[in-house]
Design a protein around this ligand. Structure first.
Ligand code: NI
Length: 214
């Protein structure tokens, strides 16, 4: 926010010096810049799965964090990615300091992933992993903010009654891990192609070069 306000003030004073045509061009450029800066990230209102208490972006501030969106019934991709994230976090812990980056899992499946389910799930991967769930609306909001794609998918031919059919589904989702800085700002993201080592190297570099946005 500080940066956007600064940019806005700069534009305001700068534009006073320019004629009307230049002002119009500068305004367009400024709007494009603001839209770009706001493209990924932002606040959310979720539930921390272990305590059952509200959890928002402020609760992540102070340290770097890694956000991953998935669902606990995911057969292989989510477990693989969460193991990779946990391994990268261990590397960063060793190279920087313990707790230098917080791993966070956010469910895309609030219907099945209540607090108890998510809390048990994240413990399978890393003791420091924070598990977040929330209402369907709250999950939709955070996925829009972080540009996460997800959609319910069937699992092929189903037998049994309709209730079973309704509850047995998969979720196709983007496989992206987001790095946020200690001010909760989006820094970069890591795709499935990243190894734990590559992810850790990038995180360490970002931690070492980070400066507060004063
Ligand atoms: Ni998955």
């Amino acid at each position: 926010m500080t940066m956007l306000t600064g940019a806005g003030l700069w534009w305001y004073f700068d534009s006073l010096q320019k004629d009307r045509m230049e002002r119009a061009a500068a305004k367009g450029a400024k709007q494009a810049k603001v839209a770009g800066a706001a493209a990924i990230g932002g606040d959310f209102e979720l539930i921390e799965s272990e305590s059952g208490k509200p959890f928002c972006l402020d609760d992540l501030k102070g340290k770097f964090s890694l956000l991953y969106f998935g669902f606990t019934h995911c057969p292989d991709v989510c477990p693989d990615e969460l193991e990779k994230i946990s391994s990268a976090v261990e590397m960063v812990n060793k190279e920087v300091s313990k707790g230098a980056v917080k791993p966070v899992f956010i469910t895309l499946d609030p219907e099945r992933d209540g607090a108890k389910q998510v809390s048990a799930y994240v413990k399978e991967f890393h003791p420091d992993m924070i598990g977040l769930t929330g209402s369907k609306d709250a999950i939709t909001q955070v996925t829009k903010a972080y540009r996460v794609y997800f959609t319910k998918a069937g699992v092929g031919e189903m037998t049994g009654n309709n209730k079973e059919k309704d509850e047995d589904y998969l979720i196709d989702h983007s496989i992206i891990t987001y790095l946020l800085d200690p001010e909760g700002e989006f820094v970069t993201f890591y795709g499935k192609n990243y190894t734990d080592r590559e992810m850790a190297t990038s995180i360490v570099q970002n931690i070492m070069s980070w400066k507060p946005n004063t």
